[in-house]
Design a protein around this ligand. Sequence first.
Ligand SMILES: Cc1cc2nc3c(=O)[nH]c(=O)nc-3n(C[C@H](O)[C@H](O)[C@H](O)COP(=O)(O)OP(=O)(O)OC[C@H]3O[C@@H](n4cnc5c(N)ncnc54)[C@H](O)[C@@H]3O)c2cc1C
Length: 369
Amino acid sequence: MTIAIVGAGLGGLTLARMLHLNGIDAVVYEREPSRDARGQGGMLDIHSGQRALREAGLIDRFLAIARGEGQDMRLLRPDGTLLLQEDTPDDAPLERPEVDRADLRALLLDSLPEDAVRWGHAFTSAEDGRLHFADGRSAPYDLLVGADGANSRVRALLTDARPAHVGQNVVEVGIPDIDRTHPDLAAMVGRGNFWVLGDGTSLAAQRNGDGRVRIGVSFYNTGEDWFATSGIPFDDPAAARARLIELLPGWDPRITALIAACDDTVVPRAITTLPPGLTWPPTPGVTLVGDAAHLMPPVGEGANMALLDGAVLGLALAAHPDDFAAAVAEYEREMFERTGAAARMSADMQELLMSPDAANRLLAFFQPG
Ligand SMILES: Cc1cc2nc3c(=O)[nH]c(=O)nc-3n(C[C@H](O)[C@H](O)[C@H](O)COP(=O)(O)OP(=O)(O)OC[C@H]3O[C@@H](n4cnc5c(N)ncnc54)[C@H](O)[C@@H]3O)c2cc1C
Protein backbone atom coordinates (compact mmCIF):
# COMPACT_ATOMS: atom_id res chain seq x y z
CA MET A 1 0.00 0.00 0.00
CA THR A 2 1.72 3.16 -1.21
CA ILE A 3 1.14 6.61 0.26
CA ALA A 4 2.14 9.43 -2.10
CA ILE A 5 2.36 12.97 -0.70
CA VAL A 6 2.53 15.74 -3.31
CA GLY A 7 4.34 18.82 -1.96
CA ALA A 8 7.24 19.18 0.50
CA GLY A 9 5.85 22.21 2.36
CA LEU A 10 4.98 22.29 6.05
CA GLY A 11 1.85 20.11 5.80
CA GLY A 12 3.34 17.41 3.57
CA LEU A 13 6.58 17.15 5.56
CA THR A 14 4.78 16.95 8.92
CA LEU A 15 2.69 14.08 7.56
CA ALA A 16 5.81 12.35 6.20
CA ARG A 17 7.49 12.73 9.60
CA MET A 18 4.47 11.25 11.45
CA LEU A 19 4.37 8.28 9.08
CA HIS A 20 8.13 7.77 9.42
CA LEU A 21 7.81 7.78 13.25
CA ASN A 22 5.10 5.12 12.97
CA GLY A 23 7.03 2.92 10.54
CA ILE A 24 4.67 3.58 7.61
CA ASP A 25 6.25 4.00 4.17
CA ALA A 26 5.47 7.15 2.17
CA VAL A 27 7.06 9.10 -0.65
CA VAL A 28 6.97 12.90 -0.96
CA TYR A 29 7.02 14.28 -4.53
CA GLU A 30 8.15 17.92 -4.73
CA ARG A 31 8.20 20.19 -7.79
CA GLU A 32 11.29 22.14 -6.73
CA PRO A 33 14.56 20.62 -8.04
CA SER A 34 16.29 20.63 -4.61
CA ARG A 35 15.73 21.72 -1.02
CA ASP A 36 17.58 25.01 -1.54
CA ALA A 37 16.22 25.79 -5.00
CA ARG A 38 14.41 28.96 -3.96
CA GLY A 39 14.02 31.36 -1.03
CA GLN A 40 11.67 29.91 1.55
CA GLY A 41 9.83 33.02 2.71
CA GLY A 42 9.64 34.96 5.94
CA MET A 43 8.54 34.45 9.50
CA LEU A 44 5.64 32.33 10.69
CA ASP A 45 3.80 32.73 13.97
CA ILE A 46 3.49 29.22 15.44
CA HIS A 47 0.93 28.67 18.21
CA SER A 48 -1.57 25.78 17.88
CA GLY A 49 0.86 24.15 15.43
CA GLN A 50 3.21 23.48 18.37
CA ARG A 51 0.89 20.55 19.25
CA ALA A 52 1.73 18.98 15.91
CA LEU A 53 5.46 19.43 16.47
CA ARG A 54 5.10 17.78 19.89
CA GLU A 55 3.29 14.79 18.28
CA ALA A 56 6.08 14.65 15.70
CA GLY A 57 8.73 14.49 18.45
CA LEU A 58 10.23 17.78 17.29
CA ILE A 59 9.14 20.30 19.92
CA ASP A 60 12.56 20.67 21.56
CA ARG A 61 14.26 21.24 18.22
CA PHE A 62 11.52 23.73 17.34
CA LEU A 63 11.91 25.70 20.59
CA ALA A 64 15.64 25.92 19.89
CA ILE A 65 15.01 27.77 16.60
CA ALA A 66 11.92 29.78 17.68
CA ARG A 67 12.34 33.50 18.31
CA GLY A 68 10.42 34.65 21.40
CA GLU A 69 11.33 38.29 20.82
CA GLY A 70 9.63 37.98 17.42
CA GLN A 71 6.36 38.27 19.39
CA ASP A 72 7.09 41.98 20.05
CA MET A 73 4.58 44.28 18.45
CA ARG A 74 4.28 47.95 17.62
CA LEU A 75 1.06 49.34 16.14
CA LEU A 76 1.04 52.84 14.65
CA ARG A 77 -1.08 55.18 12.62
CA PRO A 78 0.33 56.52 9.32
CA ASP A 79 1.00 59.92 10.98
CA GLY A 80 3.46 58.14 13.28
CA THR A 81 1.25 57.97 16.40
CA LEU A 82 2.22 54.90 18.43
CA LEU A 83 -1.00 53.13 19.46
CA LEU A 84 0.42 50.02 21.08
CA GLN A 85 3.82 48.63 22.01
CA GLU A 86 4.25 45.16 23.48
CA ASP A 87 7.75 43.95 24.32
CA THR A 88 8.17 40.30 25.21
CA PRO A 89 10.05 39.72 28.50
CA ASP A 90 13.03 37.39 28.13
CA ASP A 91 11.41 34.77 30.39
CA ALA A 92 7.95 34.91 28.76
CA PRO A 93 6.55 31.53 27.65
CA LEU A 94 6.92 30.82 23.94
CA GLU A 95 3.18 30.88 23.24
CA ARG A 96 3.30 32.40 19.75
CA PRO A 97 6.99 32.56 18.82
CA GLU A 98 8.08 33.46 15.33
CA VAL A 99 10.12 31.03 13.30
CA ASP A 100 11.81 31.45 9.97
CA ARG A 101 9.85 29.33 7.46
CA ALA A 102 13.15 28.12 5.96
CA ASP A 103 14.37 26.94 9.41
CA LEU A 104 11.12 25.12 10.17
CA ARG A 105 11.11 23.41 6.78
CA ALA A 106 14.77 22.42 7.25
CA LEU A 107 13.95 20.99 10.69
CA LEU A 108 11.21 18.82 9.16
CA LEU A 109 13.39 17.74 6.21
CA ASP A 110 16.26 16.81 8.54
CA SER A 111 13.88 14.59 10.54
CA LEU A 112 13.26 12.37 7.50
CA PRO A 113 15.41 9.77 5.78
CA GLU A 114 17.55 11.21 2.94
CA ASP A 115 15.45 9.63 0.17
CA ALA A 116 12.00 10.51 1.62
CA VAL A 117 11.57 13.44 -0.77
CA ARG A 118 11.81 13.00 -4.54
CA TRP A 119 12.81 16.45 -5.82
CA GLY A 120 12.02 17.68 -9.33
CA HIS A 121 8.64 15.89 -9.55
CA ALA A 122 5.94 18.37 -10.62
CA PHE A 123 2.60 16.60 -10.29
CA THR A 124 0.20 17.12 -13.20
CA SER A 125 -2.55 14.49 -12.88
CA ALA A 126 -3.60 11.16 -11.36
CA GLU A 127 -5.59 8.31 -12.84
CA ASP A 128 -5.97 4.55 -12.40
CA GLY A 129 -3.69 4.48 -9.36
CA ARG A 130 -0.79 6.33 -11.02
CA LEU A 131 0.54 9.85 -10.53
CA HIS A 132 1.84 11.69 -13.58
CA PHE A 133 4.57 14.31 -13.54
CA ALA A 134 5.37 17.19 -15.90
CA ASP A 135 8.45 15.46 -17.36
CA GLY A 136 6.49 12.36 -18.38
CA ARG A 137 7.48 10.15 -15.42
CA SER A 138 4.77 8.38 -13.40
CA ALA A 139 4.52 6.51 -10.06
CA PRO A 140 1.96 4.26 -8.35
CA TYR A 141 -0.19 5.19 -5.34
CA ASP A 142 -2.95 3.78 -3.17
CA LEU A 143 -3.48 6.97 -1.17
CA LEU A 144 -2.70 10.37 -2.71
CA VAL A 145 -2.34 13.30 -0.28
CA GLY A 146 -2.33 16.72 -1.94
CA ALA A 147 -0.03 18.96 0.13
CA ASP A 148 0.70 21.16 -2.86
CA GLY A 149 -0.21 24.55 -1.41
CA ALA A 150 -2.40 27.45 -2.47
CA ASN A 151 -2.54 26.59 -6.17
CA SER A 152 -2.94 22.86 -5.63
CA ARG A 153 -3.43 20.67 -8.68
CA VAL A 154 -4.53 17.68 -6.59
CA ARG A 155 -7.51 19.71 -5.30
CA ALA A 156 -9.33 19.37 -8.64
CA LEU A 157 -9.75 15.62 -7.92
CA LEU A 158 -12.03 16.53 -4.99
CA THR A 159 -13.74 19.85 -5.61
CA ASP A 160 -14.31 22.56 -8.23
CA ALA A 161 -13.53 25.26 -5.61
CA ARG A 162 -10.74 27.65 -6.61
CA PRO A 163 -9.02 30.42 -4.63
CA ALA A 164 -10.69 33.80 -5.17
CA HIS A 165 -9.23 37.29 -4.76
CA VAL A 166 -10.21 38.93 -1.45
CA GLY A 167 -9.60 42.54 -2.44
CA GLN A 168 -6.09 42.85 -1.00
CA ASN A 169 -2.94 43.34 -3.06
CA VAL A 170 0.46 43.35 -1.36
CA VAL A 171 3.78 44.66 -2.60
CA GLU A 172 6.59 42.81 -0.83
CA VAL A 173 9.94 44.55 -0.34
CA GLY A 174 12.73 44.24 2.22
CA ILE A 175 15.81 45.76 3.88
CA PRO A 176 18.81 43.41 4.14
CA ASP A 177 21.04 43.37 7.23
CA ILE A 178 19.13 46.31 8.75
CA ASP A 179 21.17 46.60 11.98
CA ARG A 180 24.30 47.38 10.01
CA THR A 181 22.84 49.28 7.05
CA HIS A 182 20.10 51.35 8.79
CA PRO A 183 20.45 51.26 12.62
CA ASP A 184 17.93 54.12 13.03
CA LEU A 185 15.26 52.20 11.10
CA ALA A 186 16.19 49.00 12.96
CA ALA A 187 15.49 50.75 16.28
CA MET A 188 12.13 52.01 14.99
CA VAL A 189 11.02 48.55 13.80
CA GLY A 190 12.19 46.78 16.96
CA ARG A 191 12.69 43.02 17.36
CA GLY A 192 9.37 41.73 16.02
CA ASN A 193 6.35 43.13 14.18
CA PHE A 194 5.97 46.78 13.22
CA TRP A 195 2.50 47.47 11.91
CA VAL A 196 1.12 50.71 10.45
CA LEU A 197 -2.59 50.72 9.70
CA GLY A 198 -4.25 53.40 7.62
CA ASP A 199 -7.61 53.58 5.90
CA GLY A 200 -7.32 51.24 2.94
CA THR A 201 -3.55 50.75 3.26
CA SER A 202 -1.14 49.14 5.70
CA LEU A 203 2.56 48.52 6.10
CA ALA A 204 3.73 45.43 7.96
CA ALA A 205 7.45 45.17 8.68
CA GLN A 206 8.83 42.05 10.28
CA ARG A 207 12.32 41.22 11.35
CA ASN A 208 13.63 37.89 10.08
CA GLY A 209 16.21 35.68 11.76
CA ASP A 210 18.86 36.61 9.18
CA GLY A 211 18.63 40.34 9.94
CA ARG A 212 16.46 41.12 6.92
CA VAL A 213 13.31 43.12 7.52
CA ARG A 214 10.54 41.97 5.20
CA ILE A 215 7.94 44.60 4.43
CA GLY A 216 4.48 44.13 2.95
CA VAL A 217 2.62 47.22 1.77
CA SER A 218 -1.06 46.31 1.39
CA PHE A 219 -3.75 48.02 -0.63
CA TYR A 220 -7.23 46.99 0.51
CA ASN A 221 -10.52 46.96 -1.39
CA THR A 222 -8.55 46.74 -4.64
CA GLY A 223 -9.38 44.44 -7.54
CA GLU A 224 -7.57 41.69 -9.40
CA ASP A 225 -6.31 44.14 -12.02
CA TRP A 226 -4.84 46.53 -9.44
CA PHE A 227 -1.15 45.72 -10.06
CA ALA A 228 -1.60 46.51 -13.76
CA THR A 229 -3.24 49.86 -13.05
CA SER A 230 -1.25 50.89 -9.93
CA GLY A 231 1.53 52.57 -11.89
CA ILE A 232 4.17 50.54 -10.00
CA PRO A 233 6.96 49.64 -12.49
CA PHE A 234 7.98 46.24 -11.08
CA ASP A 235 10.85 45.99 -13.59
CA ASP A 236 12.43 49.22 -12.27
CA PRO A 237 12.91 48.79 -8.47
CA ALA A 238 14.00 52.38 -7.71
CA ALA A 239 10.98 53.81 -9.56
CA ALA A 240 8.74 51.17 -7.94
CA ARG A 241 9.87 52.29 -4.47
CA ALA A 242 9.22 55.93 -5.38
CA ARG A 243 5.74 55.09 -6.69
CA LEU A 244 4.94 53.08 -3.55
CA ILE A 245 5.78 56.09 -1.38
CA GLU A 246 3.63 58.27 -3.67
CA LEU A 247 0.74 55.86 -3.05
CA LEU A 248 0.97 56.60 0.72
CA PRO A 249 0.22 60.34 0.80
CA GLY A 250 0.40 61.99 4.21
CA TRP A 251 2.41 59.17 5.80
CA ASP A 252 5.12 60.12 8.28
CA PRO A 253 8.43 60.32 6.33
CA ARG A 254 10.09 58.26 9.09
CA ILE A 255 7.80 55.39 8.10
CA THR A 256 8.12 55.75 4.32
CA ALA A 257 11.90 55.86 4.86
CA LEU A 258 11.56 52.10 5.37
CA ILE A 259 10.47 51.74 1.75
CA ALA A 260 13.22 54.03 0.46
CA ALA A 261 15.79 51.81 2.24
CA CYS A 262 14.68 48.57 0.56
CA ASP A 263 16.77 46.59 -1.89
CA ASP A 264 15.77 45.71 -5.45
CA THR A 265 13.48 42.76 -4.72
CA VAL A 266 9.92 44.03 -5.34
CA VAL A 267 7.29 41.30 -5.51
CA PRO A 268 3.54 41.67 -6.14
CA ARG A 269 1.31 39.25 -4.22
CA ALA A 270 -2.45 39.10 -4.69
CA ILE A 271 -4.26 37.64 -1.66
CA THR A 272 -6.66 34.83 -2.52
CA THR A 273 -8.59 32.40 -0.31
CA LEU A 274 -10.77 29.32 -0.59
CA PRO A 275 -14.35 29.60 0.72
CA PRO A 276 -14.28 29.26 4.56
CA GLY A 277 -15.68 25.89 5.63
CA LEU A 278 -14.97 24.17 2.28
CA THR A 279 -15.67 20.41 2.35
CA TRP A 280 -15.91 17.67 -0.28
CA PRO A 281 -17.59 14.27 -0.43
CA PRO A 282 -15.54 11.25 0.71
CA THR A 283 -13.42 10.23 -2.29
CA PRO A 284 -11.53 6.91 -2.30
CA GLY A 285 -7.75 7.25 -2.32
CA VAL A 286 -7.41 11.07 -2.23
CA THR A 287 -7.32 13.81 0.40
CA LEU A 288 -5.71 17.22 1.00
CA VAL A 289 -3.72 18.90 3.77
CA GLY A 290 -2.73 22.53 4.34
CA ASP A 291 -3.41 25.41 1.96
CA ALA A 292 -4.55 22.97 -0.71
CA ALA A 293 -7.54 22.19 1.55
CA HIS A 294 -8.24 25.56 3.19
CA LEU A 295 -6.27 28.55 1.90
CA MET A 296 -6.99 31.44 4.33
CA PRO A 297 -6.10 35.13 4.53
CA PRO A 298 -2.52 35.54 5.84
CA VAL A 299 -3.38 36.45 9.43
CA GLY A 300 -1.46 33.73 11.26
CA GLU A 301 -3.47 30.50 11.00
CA GLY A 302 -2.44 28.83 7.70
CA ALA A 303 0.91 27.34 8.73
CA ASN A 304 -0.48 26.18 12.10
CA MET A 305 -3.39 24.43 10.41
CA ALA A 306 -1.03 22.78 7.88
CA LEU A 307 1.17 21.39 10.70
CA LEU A 308 -1.90 20.10 12.56
CA ASP A 309 -3.35 18.53 9.39
CA GLY A 310 -0.13 16.58 8.86
CA ALA A 311 -0.11 15.38 12.48
CA VAL A 312 -3.81 14.45 12.61
CA LEU A 313 -3.74 12.55 9.31
CA GLY A 314 -0.51 10.81 10.35
CA LEU A 315 -2.07 9.68 13.64
CA ALA A 316 -5.23 8.46 11.84
CA LEU A 317 -3.14 6.44 9.36
CA ALA A 318 -1.11 4.99 12.23
CA ALA A 319 -4.39 3.94 13.92
CA HIS A 320 -5.79 2.36 10.71
CA PRO A 321 -2.74 1.30 8.68
CA ASP A 322 -4.75 -1.21 6.64
CA ASP A 323 -7.82 0.93 6.09
CA PHE A 324 -6.98 4.20 4.33
CA ALA A 325 -10.68 5.07 3.85
CA ALA A 326 -11.34 4.90 7.62
CA ALA A 327 -8.20 6.93 8.38
CA VAL A 328 -9.09 9.63 5.83
CA ALA A 329 -12.69 9.82 7.08
CA GLU A 330 -11.47 10.28 10.67
CA TYR A 331 -8.97 12.94 9.56
CA GLU A 332 -11.40 14.87 7.33
CA ARG A 333 -14.06 14.97 10.07
CA GLU A 334 -11.65 16.64 12.50
CA MET A 335 -9.94 18.80 9.86
CA PHE A 336 -13.14 20.24 8.35
CA GLU A 337 -14.36 21.34 11.79
CA ARG A 338 -11.03 22.72 13.06
CA THR A 339 -9.99 24.54 9.90
CA GLY A 340 -13.55 25.79 9.19
CA ALA A 341 -13.45 27.61 12.55
CA ALA A 342 -9.95 28.97 11.85
CA ALA A 343 -10.98 30.12 8.36
CA ARG A 344 -14.02 31.98 9.71
CA MET A 345 -11.87 33.65 12.39
CA SER A 346 -9.31 34.63 9.73
CA ALA A 347 -12.05 36.02 7.47
CA ASP A 348 -13.31 38.17 10.40
CA MET A 349 -9.79 39.51 10.97
CA GLN A 350 -9.43 40.19 7.24
CA GLU A 351 -12.72 42.10 7.29
CA LEU A 352 -11.43 44.17 10.25
CA LEU A 353 -8.18 45.03 8.45
CA MET A 354 -10.10 46.13 5.35
CA SER A 355 -12.59 48.29 7.26
CA PRO A 356 -12.45 52.06 7.75
CA ASP A 357 -10.79 52.86 11.09
CA ALA A 358 -9.01 49.50 11.13
CA ALA A 359 -6.34 50.83 13.53
CA ASN A 360 -8.82 51.58 16.33
CA ARG A 361 -10.64 48.29 15.77
CA LEU A 362 -7.36 46.37 15.92
CA LEU A 363 -6.37 48.24 19.07
CA ALA A 364 -9.69 47.24 20.65
CA PHE A 365 -9.02 43.65 19.56
CA PHE A 366 -5.63 43.62 21.32
CA GLN A 367 -6.83 45.59 24.35
CA PRO A 368 -10.44 44.49 24.91
CA GLY A 369 -12.38 46.51 27.50
C1 LIG B 1 8.47 29.37 -0.96
C2 LIG B 1 7.35 29.68 0.00
C3 LIG B 1 7.45 30.80 0.84
C4 LIG B 1 6.43 31.11 1.74
N1 LIG B 1 6.57 32.21 2.54
C5 LIG B 1 5.60 32.51 3.45
C6 LIG B 1 5.75 33.63 4.33
O1 LIG B 1 6.73 34.36 4.29
N2 LIG B 1 4.75 33.90 5.23
C7 LIG B 1 3.62 33.10 5.30
O2 LIG B 1 2.73 33.35 6.14
N3 LIG B 1 3.47 32.04 4.47
C8 LIG B 1 4.43 31.72 3.55
N4 LIG B 1 4.27 30.65 2.72
C9 LIG B 1 3.04 29.87 2.82
C10 LIG B 1 2.99 29.02 4.07
O3 LIG B 1 4.17 28.26 4.22
C11 LIG B 1 1.78 28.13 3.92
O4 LIG B 1 0.63 28.95 3.93
C12 LIG B 1 1.57 27.18 5.03
O5 LIG B 1 2.75 26.77 5.60
C13 LIG B 1 0.76 25.97 4.53
O6 LIG B 1 1.66 24.97 4.15
P1 LIG B 1 1.38 23.92 3.00
O7 LIG B 1 2.25 22.76 3.33
O8 LIG B 1 -0.06 23.69 2.83
O9 LIG B 1 1.87 24.61 1.68
P2 LIG B 1 3.27 25.21 1.28
O10 LIG B 1 4.13 25.43 2.47
O11 LIG B 1 2.98 26.33 0.38
O12 LIG B 1 3.97 24.00 0.44
C14 LIG B 1 3.47 23.51 -0.77
C15 LIG B 1 4.57 22.74 -1.45
O13 LIG B 1 4.02 22.08 -2.59
C16 LIG B 1 4.90 22.24 -3.69
N5 LIG B 1 4.12 22.09 -4.92
C17 LIG B 1 3.22 22.95 -5.44
N6 LIG B 1 2.70 22.47 -6.57
C18 LIG B 1 3.27 21.26 -6.79
C19 LIG B 1 3.13 20.27 -7.81
N7 LIG B 1 2.28 20.44 -8.84
N8 LIG B 1 3.87 19.14 -7.72
C20 LIG B 1 4.74 18.96 -6.66
N9 LIG B 1 4.91 19.87 -5.68
C21 LIG B 1 4.18 21.01 -5.74
C22 LIG B 1 5.49 23.62 -3.47
O14 LIG B 1 6.69 23.81 -4.18
C23 LIG B 1 5.69 23.64 -1.97
O15 LIG B 1 6.93 23.10 -1.58
C24 LIG B 1 5.25 30.30 1.79
C25 LIG B 1 5.14 29.17 0.96
C26 LIG B 1 6.18 28.85 0.07
C27 LIG B 1 6.05 27.61 -0.81
